[in-house]
Structure formats: C-alpha cells, structure tokens
Ligand binder design. Structure first.
Ligand SMILES: O=P(O)(O)OC[C@H]1O[C@](O)(CO)[C@@H](O)[C@@H]1O
Length: 430
C-alpha cells in the first residue's frame, strides 16, 4: 500500500513540505502515545494489536460446524456489520453474504422472503448485546426461521460481549458464541472475530487478512514519511485544520464501495467530537465523476478527495469499433479506461486547486484489504491524537437511542419527552 500526498501541496486548502516536516515531530510524539497504548492493550489502542491478538482458530472453531452454507445473514449494525460487509462485498464467494443493518420492514421482509433459511447461517453480532435494531431484527429473523420449519438454534451463530441479552441467549440455547475482543470499539473491530466470521464462512483466507493487518502494523514508525497510514492521518488532519472539513472518499473499484461506508463510520464516530471532525462523504469512481465531481471541483474550497485504487485489476478488453468518435476506445480495456479516469480526475482536482490524496493497494484481495483496513484505523487513531479528541468513544449517539427507547415504552427518558416538543412549520403537499 502507498499514499501519495503530492496533490495536497499548494492547493486550497493546502499543505507544504515544510508544514509536513513541522508536523512530523507531533507525529513522532503521537506515535509514542499509540505505541504505549498498544503495549498496554489500553482501551481503543488494543484495536491496533488485533492482527496479533485475533485467533483465527477460535473463529473457525465456531464457523466450521456450518459446512459451506448457501448464504450467511449477518444481523448487526454499525461496526458490528460494516467490517464484515466490506470484506464480503470486496471478495468473490459462492456463499452469499447478506446484512440486516437497518429496521426497514420492507427491506427485511423482502430479504427474508428470498433467503433459503434452511441453508442460511444467521450471524448475530452485537458487542453490547442491547442494540435495539439488532435484537429486533433477530427476533423477526428467528420467527421467520420457525415459520419455515428451521430449527434456529441449529443455524445461529452469536458474536457478542461477556454480558448482555445475546450472551444470555447463547448460554440458554447453547448456541455457538464467539467473543468480541476486549477494549475494541465496534468501528475498529473488522480485524477481529466481529469482522472475520463472515469471510471464514464464505471460505476466504482470514489468515491472509490478518497478515495484511500485520503488514500495516509493522509499518508504524515515528515518521509520517515512513508510514503510509500516518501520512494519510497527518495530511487529512492538517487539511482539516486549514478548512477541509469534508473528506470525499472515492474508491475506483466497485469492490471497495462498502469500504467507503465502513470508513465513514470509522472517521465520523471517532473524530466528530467537541465541535471538531471531518465529514466523510462516500463516493465511487468513475460513477461520481458524473455526479458529485462538479461540487468537489467547483464548490466551496472546504474539502479534500481521497482517491483509492488497486494497481492490479482484471482487464476486460473494449472491442474495436468504427462508430464515429469512439474508435479510440477500441483495443483498450475497461481497466485502462478506469485508470485513465482516476488519473484524469486526480489531475482535474489538482488543476482546480482542490487537495486530493492518492491511496493505492496492490489488488483487492485478502492481504491488501487487511493492510488497507488496518492503515485507515491507524490513520484515524493518529488523527485523533493530533486533534486531541477522544477517538474511541461515541457519547453523542446515546441521546437518540434513549429517545427512541422511550418512545417505544422501553423506559422513562427525558429525551423521549423532548421529541414531543418538536417545533413545527409544515408545508403540506397534495
Ligand atoms: O455492537 P453493538 O453494541 O450492537 O453496537 C453497534 C454499533 O452501535 C454503536 O455503539 C453506536 O450506537 C457503534 O459504535 C457500534 O458499532
């Protein structure tokens, strides 16, 4: 993996090599804080030890009993789903992976109607074991299994903490249960039991994913000039300090579209604190050149664009044609076209003075994905150290949870009362 900061120099907002040199002394201090946190397995920093502390055999001990199912349905939300979804949606498998990470009844009903429940493993994941969406969806899925004549206790795998409703359920029904790692917030848990059970069920090489994580771990150093993850974290931080309050993450690979969604939680939930943060916008190349690029290039100078691509991809030749004006495409490949568009978009943004960072991985495979995911986690931790925010907590999400629970009669919460006080200014349509 490599990171190229060249298109963030002399842009608006922009950096200089002197800025980065000065920042590197702060990166050194932040690295020592990170290294100490890792050495002591401190809350949050423990996530950066996962390539070493995750035991693939413990995962396989729980998943191997489900001999190559037709499908895996993960019931979880946020970090309990997005890591596994990133890996499942990036890698090919003949085991279909589905994710219920929302409580939209139409979507849930449609998915359950299509799933071969008799040959589906239901993978219920919740660190806390109390998340309303996850537990509600599980109850609905369990009833659908019963209605289909499927013994849910034979088709359900639980990944959860040592306490909580899911742990109690697993104990009561003797379900295969995998422990979530201690001290690791959900958004940092992809390189653990939380993110790797689905790839294991799909037959992917989870040891290679962890090896990629180790590649990222071994690259950590005292200098941003020697560590791609720190280069990315330091540059995004410094650009935010100069006004780039949006980070448009634009992978040029369909297989990395879900990665942008995973990144969005990691970046927003970790860094959005105390009035600070950098809004992750999800985009996809080349598609969003025909959608959001107009804003990125000609809108307010308040953003950076992260352009991500694999350097190796399949070719898919474009047939020769005598169609007027299109002959130039013939004989090239779709890969040639996509890479040309990547480089053209990069140059277009630079020409307009819009800072953009290039992140390249060798290919979209287990090891490269493991390194990319680890690197972005390390980049996020470094950014949080430089910004002096509490990277590993997410207190702001609790208000809404209490309000929703109160509205459903799940307790007496003043937040629910506040919902009733909503100011109205309605304009009614037809
Ligand atoms: O794994 P759990 O405890 O169900 O939490 C799911 C998600 O909800 C959050 O706690 C936010 O509400 C995320 O941080 C987490 O990834």
């Amino acid at each position: 993996m490599n990171v190229d900061l060249g298109n963030a120099l002399e842009t608006t907002p922009g950096l200089t090599e002197e800025t980065l040199e000065r920042l590197d002394s702060r990166v050194e201090a932040a690295h020592h804080r990170i290294a100490t946190g890792m050495a002591n397995d401190e809350f949050g920093y423990a996530a950066l030890n996962l390539p070493e502390t995750t035991d693939p055999e413990a995962i396989r001990a729980a998943t191997d009993r489900f001999d190559r199912p037709e499908a895996v349905l993960t019931v979880g939300i946020g970090g309990s789903a997005l890591g596994a979804a990133t890996l499942a949606n990036a890698l090919e498998s003949d085991v279909d992976a589905h994710f219920l990470d929302n409580v939209d009844p139409d979507a849930v009903d449609a998915l359950l109607a299509d799933l071969p429940l008799e040959d589906t493993v239901v993978n219920v994941v919740s660190k806390s074991g109390t998340t309303a969406e996850t537990l509600a969806n599980f109850l609905v899925v369990r009833e659908a299994m019963a209605d289909a004549g499927v013994d849910w206790t034979e088709r359900t795998l639980v990944t959860t903490g040592q306490a909580g409703n899911l742990r109690a359920l697993a104990d009561e029904h003797d379900l295969p249960a995998i422990d979530v790692p201690d001290g690791v917030p959900g958004r940092f848990s992809v390189l653990s039991t939380v993110g790797l059970a689905v790839p294991a069920l799909q037959g992917h090489d989870i040891e290679a994913v962890l090896a990629g994580g180790r590649d990222g771990m071994e690259s950590l150093s005292e200098s941003l000039f020697e560590t791609p993850a720190y280069a990315y974290g330091a540059a995004t931080y410094a650009l935010a300090e100069r006004g780039a309050l949006t980070n448009a993450v634009m992978p040029y690979a369909e297989s990395l579209e879900t990665f942008a969604e995973w990144f969005a939680q990691l970046w927003a939930e970790s860094l959005g604190k105390d009035g600070l943060g950098q809004t992750p916008a999800r985009a996809l190349g080349a598609t969003d050149q025909h959608s959001q690029l107009q804003l990125y290039r000609a809108g307010p100078p308040d953003k950076l664009v992260s352009l991500i691509r694999p350097t190796e991809r399949s070719a898919t030749p474009i047939p020769e044609t005598d169609l007027d004006g299109l002959a130039y495409l013939g004989g090239s490949s779709l890969a040639d076209l996509l890479d040309a568009e990547f480089e053209a978009t990069e140059a277009s943004l630079a020409a307009a003075g819009v800072p953009n960072l290039r992140v390249e991985i060798d290919r979209v495979d287990e090891r490269s994905l493991g390194e990319l995911l680890y690197a972005m986690e390390a980049a996020c931790v470094l950014y949080g150290e430089l910004a002096s925010v509490s990277t590993f907590t997410q207190p702001a999400v609790e208000w809404g949870k209490k309000a929703a629970r109160g509205l459903l009669g799940g307790g007496d919460f003043e937040e629910a009362d506040a919902v009733a006080d909503k100011r109205e200014l309605r304009i009614d349509g037809s």
